[in-house]
Each structure stands twice: as C-alpha cells, then as structure tokens.
Design a binder for this molecule. Structure first.
Ligand SMILES: [Zn+2]
Length: 207
C-alpha cells in the first residue's frame, strides 16, 4: 500500500479506514459504516482553536487574580483565591495532592492554551513544521490532564459543606471559572487533533 498515511483517517468507533478529501467550509465528514463524525472543515478547527486559547487565557488570568469566594464566619472574613488555595495545600504539607492540583488546574490548562497559541504563530510564519507536529502530540497528552471542570465541582462540594456555619459570597473568579469550564467543554473537546494537523500541514505546504 503506497497510500500516504496523512491522507487516511480511521473511525474512532468502528475503526474503518477512510480516504480523506478536502471539505467545503463548515462541512463534516462522517463514517460511511457507522455515521460517526470523522473530521470537519479544518479551517474551522483552526479558528476554533485560536479563539478558544485567547478566550481561555483571559478567563484563566481573571480566575487567578480575583477572589473565588469570600467566607464570613462571625466577624471574621477570609478571602480565598485559587492560588492561595493551592498554596495552603503545600503549607499544610499535602504535597502529593498539592502537586496534582497544580498540574490539573495550572500546568496542563496553560500548556494547552500556549500550545495552541504557539501553533498559531508557527503556522503564521510557516516555520518549524516538525516542531508543530511535536506540539500537536504534546497537546493530545496535556489535554487529558487539564481538569479544571473537576476542580470546579470539588469547590462546589466544599462550599455546600461550609454553607451550614458560614456566610459565603462568590467572587469574580468564581464566575470566570464557570465561564472557563463552559468554554473548555464546548470548544476544547470539539477540536480534533487530526483536523488541526491537516490544517497545519496544508498551511505549511502552501508556503
Ligand atoms: Zn465508523
């Protein structure tokens, strides 16, 4: 078989191999056997990735700069931010939990955001094609480690427990975090690495 592997796509559900064709704008290719979505117009995937990373970066910065909750117990008031919560874990010697939290809410999401931004810059200048390939492989791993949604749910669970004996007020960061999770769920999960790679190789070849 001398077919170039880059021109083939495998269905993630039934594993049927298909030959790839260029799709018109906003069109979707589906598996001929089971109807599963194979890939969509690649330009669309690229713009989705760029808009995702810019929006996510802004929300990420806001979520980390402002207080996530204000807790009032009697006359005492404490203001919690996401970085201060992580720092507390380390202060209390929860090194393993602290390190995991650090990876899933800081390192992994930031790696994903900056990888997309780096790909954007590299494609714009059409440089370091091989390096772009590594970034896409790295993205496939780091994406699985970005678990801000799970972090959000755990905060919610902790808050429900606090409700009994403290007055709680959500801060700006709480809203940014909810928006971040929504953007993450809607955009990030819908960007397929295979579409990105198709876009990038096409962009480089058009040099
Ligand atoms: Zn299929």
């Amino acid at each position: 078989m001398d077919e170039n592997l880059d021109n083939l796509v495998i269905c993630s559900k039934c594993h049927t191999v298909h030959k790839k064709i260029d799709l018109p704008y906003k069109k979707v290719a589906k598996c001929a056997v089971c109807g599963n979505k194979l890939y969509s117009d690649v330009e669309n995937a690229f713009y989705k990735a760029v808009s995702y990373s810019v929006t996510a970066l802004i929300l990420f910065v806001v979520a980390n700069l402002y207080p996530i909750i204000k807790v009032y117990i009697g006359s005492n008031q404490s203001i919690l931010t996401i970085p201060s919560m992580v720092a507390t874990l380390f202060d209390e010697n929860f090194y393993v939990v602290g390190s995991i939290v650090l990876v899933v809410i800081f390192i992994a999401p930031l790696s994903v955001i900056f990888s997309y931004l780096a790909l954007w810059v590299l494609t714009y200048f059409k440089i370091y094609k091989n390096f772009s390939k590594h970034i896409i492989s790295f993205l496939m791993v780091s994406r699985n480690w970005a678990m801000v949604d799970i972090f959000g749910v755990s905060i919610l669970v902790a808050l429900v427990k606090l409700f009994g004996y403290a007055q709680i007020q959500p801060g700006v960061s709480a809203y940014a975090l909810v928006l971040f999770i929504l953007v993450d769920l809607i955009f990030l999960k819908s960007i397929k690495p295979v579409e990105l790679w198709t876009y990038f190789s096409r962009a480089y070849d058009g040099k």
